[in-house]
Design a protein around this ligand. Structure first.
Ligand code: ZN
Length: 419
């Protein structure tokens, strides 16, 4: 299976004074070690090791230097002096990702400091790389070398990652069978497509999984609120983490089955609603409450994307406007007498009542057919300095405590020795 490698961009969010100092220490020690090994003209790993072993650096940084300096000194680098803005490199496994959807800042990254210590720091991920980050977090992509650097007072971590991506078959848009993917409340995910004669077939709903996720979320809210009232912040956090792991397991199960569904269809294309478009065109809080219900929407999307890519199945997004309001048979707007029921208002339409999520999924699939789709990847990167993770993926549930950041003693913990 073909492998693809990409550099994932993480921006560290406001490290406090203590952590900022630790980052600067790491950078200083790294640059001094690099300079010393360069001056000593170390052309082998062992020669480099003899120099860098003295420095207060993690094994991950030392190992990176052992790989890097011999390349520098073996003639491939013709400068007499090093630039002073070399990024700090870490070998693979030095860096770790953690995801806490319950926090306003969802992603955390573990950065090696020196041998026994590392720092956990909240980070923004590039929204266009969310599928990659999700794959790394799930262990379905492999991390390679990382580079830590600072520009204009902001710290960044660039992480190389490799994953398997199957080549997509060359089929024109009209040869493909669009499979509408609706993510909602009654059913966590609903998929449906039309057969050759145009009839909607094989609707599949993950309603029980939706129930399971709702139950876990409810447990999370009531339990953590109670624990927080008692002042048991730490217990609340680990309890919340455990519940989110369970939700993530449900997500992985469902997204795997969505991709399996697509694999069973000839020339499939998975069609999702474009979340960016929704956010730009709707009142955010209304949308969040009504449709997202605080679920890990972007997490589901990212998992579907990377798992589909592993199987060579294309994923497209469409304008979601009115996909839940319109009737898939006649196009007129209807209404929902109950959450799971769509009723068409057109007296001449054969549809009287229809499963609402299936109706939405067919509309999403049809929108691809009508040519409104566009590739997510064709769009320019949208990450801006002020970008907000919670707005990016709608998975911010409480917007409350940033517990990783508050739990200072947990951030500087004993780590593993890499060397
Ligand atoms: Zn109708």
């Amino acid at each position: 299976m073909p492998e693809v490698t990409k550099t994932l961009e993480l921006r560290l969010v406001n490290p406090n004074a203590h952590k900022e100092r630790k980052l600067c220490e790491t950078r200083e020690a790294y640059q001094q070690a690099l300079q010393a090994a360069f001056d000593a003209d170390c052309t082998s790993q062992s020669a480099t090791n003899d120099v860098v072993v003295e420095y207060d650096l993690s094994g991950y940084a030392k190992n990176a230097l052992k790989q890097y300096v011999p390349q520098l000194c073996s003639g491939s680098y013709d400068a007499d002096e090093l630039h002073d803005d070399h990024p700090v490199k870490f070998t693979n496994e030095g860096v770790q990702l953690d995801h806490k959807p319950q926090n306003a800042l969802e992603w955390y990254v573990k950065i090696p400091h020196h041998d026994d210590y590392h720092l956990w720091i909240p980070a923004h991920v590039n929204p266009d790389q969310r599928d990659w980050v999700e794959a790394v977090y799930a262990g379905d992509a492999v991390m390679g070398e990382s580079r830590l650097f600072e520009r204009d007072g902001t710290w960044y971590l660039h992480v190389t990652a490799t994953r398997d991506v199957e080549e997509q078959p060359v089929a024109s848009a009209n040869e493909r069978t669009p499979i509408g993917v609706d993510i909602g409340e009654a059913s966590l995910v609903t998929v449906c497509h039309r057969d050759e004669s145009g009839s909607p077939v094989r609707p599949k709903l993950w309603a029980d999984n939706g129930k399971a996720v709702r139950r876990l979320r409810k447990t999370y809210f009531t339990a953590t609120r109670r624990l927080q009232k008692r002042g048991s912040e730490r217990i609340a956090e680990s309890y919340g983490d455990a519940l989110w792991d369970q939700i993530d397991d449900v997500f992985h199960c469902v997204t795997r089955e969505v991709v399996e569904y697509a694999e069973s269809v000839d020339n499939p294309v998975l069609v999702l609603e474009d979340l960016t478009y929704i956010r730009e065109n709707m009142d955010y809080s209304v949308y969040m409450n009504r449709r997202l219900h605080g679920w890990g929407f972007a997490k589901l999307y990212a998992q579907i994307r990377y798992k589909a890519a592993e199987k060579g199945i294309p994923v497209e997004t469409v304008n979601p406007q009115n996909t839940s309001k319109a009737c898939h048979a006649c196009g007129e707007h209807g209404y929902r007498p109950r959450q799971a029921t769509f009723r068409c208002s057109n007296d001449d339409c054969w549809v009287t009542e229809y499963q609402a999520d299936v109706n939405g999924a067919i509309n999403i699939a049809d929108r691809y057919r009508s040519g409104e789709s566009h590739r997510q990847n064709d769009r320019a990167p949208r990450q801006k300095a002020g970008d907000d993770d919670s707005a990016t993926d709608g998975a911010s549930l409480t917007g409350s405590q940033d517990s990783h950041a508050d739990a200072e003693p947990q951030q500087v913990t004993h780590g593993t020795n890499a060397s």
